[in-house]
Design a binder for this molecule. Structure first.
Ligand SMILES: [Zn+2]
Length: 166
């Protein structure tokens, strides 16, 4: 995943600012190339989960399309400090093409300790593997595969319009 440096900083700031609650937002771009992130209001009543209002989501899709981009995934924080996808994340996989960004926040200090990128993985049976490494990785990562995250400076907007700082 390609992530502009300012988006990376914004995600970290949002995660630390929302602590001890979860921060969440959307990734806007083209495929694995993220052009910007869009912080969203976390609607979840439970402190350790995230939920985006359908109307907010709809508006974000519309804005992204108007720029020639798309909502390609989302980010959220883990105020319990865990870096990888949680069981809840595994249960929340709805779109197999979505990119996930997870920000770990240390429960004792409220500081960001790590940011990692993930993508839903293909179940071992569907992939045609009976077992082995793929099955072990699949289970360990709760149905996600780790994605390499590249923080880039000065990424030019890919959309048809200039960034408007939505
Ligand atoms: Zn999570």
């Amino acid at each position: 995943m390609l992530l502009p440096e300012d988006s990376f900083r914004l995600v970290c700031r949002e995660a630390a600012g929302a602590f001890p609650a979860e921060a969440c937002g959307l990734l806007i771009g083209q495929g694995a190339r993220i052009d910007r992130v869009l912080p969203m209001v976390n609607q979840a009543a439970d402190p350790d989960r995230f939920e985006i209002a359908p109307s907010d989501l709809f508006a974000a899709h519309r804005h992204a399309r108007a720029e020639g981009l798309a909502v390609t995934g989302h980010y959220h924080s883990h105020p319990n400090g865990l870096a990888g996808p949680s069981q809840r994340d595994a249960e929340a996989i709805a779109d197999l093409s979505a990119w996930w960004l997870i920000v770990a926040v240390a429960p004792d200090t409220g500081q960001v300790t790590g940011v990692s990128a993930w993508h839903p993985s293909v179940p071992p049976a569907a992939a045609g593997y009976g077992g082995g490494d793929h099955r072990v990785d699949y289970q360990r990562n709760r149905g996600f595969q780790p994605v390499s995250l590249l923080i880039v400076r000065g990424l030019k907007p890919a959309g048809i319009k200039k960034e408007k700082g939505l």
